[in-house]
Each structure stands twice: as structure tokens, then as C-alpha cells.
Design a protein around this ligand. Sequence first.
Ligand SMILES: [Zn+2]
Length: 200
Amino acid sequence: MTLLACPACDLLHEVPDLAPGRRARCRRCDTVIVSGQRVSLDRTLAMAVAVTVLIFFALFFPFLSISELGLSNSATLIEIALVFMSGWTAPLTIAVALTIVGIPFLRAAILVYALGPIRFGYPIPDKAAQAFRLSQALRPWAMAEIFFLGSAVALVKIIDLAHVGFGAAFWAFCAATLIIAFERNTTDSAAIWSLIDDME
Ligand SMILES: [Zn+2]
């Protein structure tokens, strides 16, 4: 038995040790409090690997292309960011690039570092507990989805003026954003903490 608080409403529960694949839900609000540890680890690790690969891919492939009167131009995310890196927009660009791309990528990479060895039976990395704590602390700062609001507003403005095409990186980033949202709602940090504790 472990005493755990519901992550949504803080109601305390006495939770028995769960078999893999089983989950315990809050009595009051039905939020998942804890699920079988292995299932939880596999799911979080798989999503972290996918996000790392997708964001890395999204950096180097064309994100948007704009064509008008036979002329066309395409840009990667890095090129788009670099355009705004001079003058007074530079600090804002750095903040946006960090919250939209940098922190989501860093969080996913940290999760792969901390959880990968546990999953595959290797010795746990020295700083796994600190790394997992950091990834949890960064969670509110990973705001990939905000980017789509910004893009949508900008696209509505230019879509009448020119033909806008979405590149491979755009779709990769879409997929990463969806996975991040799903990961944020399904990662069972209590189960992962207990795995890390068991390994140390
Ligand atoms: Zn609850």
C-alpha cells in the first residue's frame, strides 16, 4: 500500500501495488492516479523518443513554402528564427524558440536519457533522478502548441496574397505537438518515481 494524492484534486488514496496494465483512478474525479509501472515507462519512453526524432527532423527540413507569380521560396524553422534574430526582436525570438522548440526537445531528450537504460535493463544513469525531476519542472515551459496559434494567425493574413505550402517539417512538428500533449496527460510520474527509487 502506498499513500498517493490525486494529481487533479489532491484527494488522498491508499493505493495497493498494481499489476502491469492495471490502473487506479481517483474516487472523486476519475483521474488516473497510478498505473502499472512498466506500461507507464514504455509509453512515456516511446513518446519521448518520437518527440526527440520529430523535432530534430523538423529543424532541418522545409517548414513552409510560399509561392507567388511563379517565384517560390521555402524556409526551415531555423531560417525562420534567424530572420528575427537581429535588433529588438532578438530576445523575443530566443524566448519563443526556447519555449516552442528548445524546451520540448530538451524534455524529451532528458526522458530518453533517464528512462531508456531502465527500460532496457542497463544500470541506471547517475543523474537519472535529477534528470527526471528537471523534465517534470520544465513541463509548464514546453509550449509547442502555442506555435500553432501563432502560425494560424500569420497564415490567415498571407493566404490571400500567396500560395502557402506546408513542408515535411510542418507535419513532423504537428505530430510532435500532439504527442507532447498526450504525453503530458498520460505520464504517470508516481509510477516512474517508484521505478527510479527501486533501481537506485
Ligand atoms: Zn481526484
